[in-house]
Design a protein. Structure first.
Length: 360
């Protein structure tokens, strides 16, 4: 190659390398959960289709290192400049089962931490932000009422498709729970609670990773809501007990798979309206041995139940906790430390979900 051609080739390589270095790669954020769109609620408004946050609850999600999509706007706005964007959002929620959170710009008044979000109370300048493990990853702010990014569904959908992966594990409401049997021949449902430490541990330390996989659709319900654990805004023990009995968490009606008075987190496989299998995460009781160690005195995994998914488990997975010896450093205030207990519980939950949600 002569000097002229060599110089040209070098320039070309340098130029390509420079362009590659300047290009900004986009990677998907694996969201924690999806949300089953509720077609029984009017699609004239976002109310009922999204979760509204205060600044305090937003801080909680960030501290918990959640991955989620946040819309900064007043969803009750009647301004015509928001109407087209609202149609785009509703269409996307309906088609993709996105679990969307919203917060009003006024929540950031008074010098509240913004986390570098683009806060504007001006109509037509709403901001859509994507958080990954509690950190702001992407955001895009509307540029007035004629903004094509937010008003054109295809453009908006393509933008999110590049940046988020929506899990097939979908949040549902109590009303949706009551109609699952009408819509699905079989399904997996997880009963959880927003305020339950065991549930939070399961979600953060296991489900986040599991939900990155390609699974069939499943459902999760928060029981810390009106009509389940709460009645007229107050905790109602009798109503909560009746719910657990009715839905087979306890052994009152579900004598084969129910566990004592019923606990969360509980996972169920339901087929043709009948609970065909179940798993309970944590909720073990311990008793002390004479040598200072501990044993499991009460557990869902006590060898008294047969489970179809056991056939798919590796040989080393423990399915009967009665013979487990727990050292004193794994116990705090008489309770099995979550990190230690999860080494036994996680393989069972993984086996249960993998067995019933596999696409193979």
């Amino acid at each position: 190659m002569n000097r002229k051609n060599l110089a040209f080739a070098s320039t070309l390589v340098f130029g390509v390398a420079s362009l590659s270095g300047c290009s900004k790669s986009v990677e998907q954020v694996n969201l924690d959960f999806g949300r089953l769109y509720d077609s029984s609620i009017s699609d004239e408004s976002l109310s009922g289709h999204v979760t509204s946050l205060t600044h305090s609850t937003l801080e909680g999600k960030i501290s918990n290192e959640d991955s989620f999509v946040l819309l900064i706007c007043d969803i009750d706005s009647t301004c015509t400049c928001f109407a087209t964007f609202r149609v785009t959002l509703i269409s996307y929620l309906k088609n993709k089962n996105l679990d969307l959170y919203t917060i009003k710009p006024t929540e950031f008044d008074g010098g509240a931490e913004t986390h570098d979000l683009k806060i504007s109370a001006a109509e037509g300048y709403e901001d859509l932000a994507i958080f990954s493990n509690g950190s702001l990853k992407y955001q895009n702010q509307r540029n007035g009422s004629d903004d094509s990014w937010s008003n054109d569904y295809s453009t908006f959908a393509d933008y999110l498709k590049e940046r988020v992966s929506i899990p097939s594990m979908l949040k549902i409401s109590k009303d949706q729970l009551e109609t699952l049997d009408d819509s699905y021949d079989h399904y997996v449902i997880i009963y959880s609670r927003e305020s339950c430490p065991d549930c939070s541990y399961l979600s953060k330390n296991f489900l986040r990773s599991f939900n990155k996989g390609d699974w069939n659709t499943s459902f999760i319900i928060d029981c810390d809501v009106e009509g389940i654990r709460y009645k007229d805004g107050a905790y109602d023990a009798e109503q909560w007990k009746a719910f657990k009995d009715q839905h087979g968490l306890s052994n009152v009606s579900n004598t084969e798979y129910g566990y004592d008075v019923g606990y969360v987190p509980t996972l169920q496989f339901v087929s043709n309206g009948s609970i065909e299998d179940m798993a309970v995460y944590f909720n073990d009781s311990l008793s002390a041995n004479n040598d200072g160690s501990y044993k499991v005195s009460m557990s869902y995994w006590d060898g008294s139940r047969e489970h179809n998914f056991f056939s798919s488990l590796a040989n080393e997975v423990t399915t009967n906790f009665n013979d487990i010896v727990i050292t004193s450093d794994q116990v705090s205030d008489g309770r099995w430390n979550k990190d230690a207990a999860s080494k036994y519980h996680d393989p069972l939950v993984k086996g249960f979900l993998s067995f019933y949600l596999s696409k193979e």
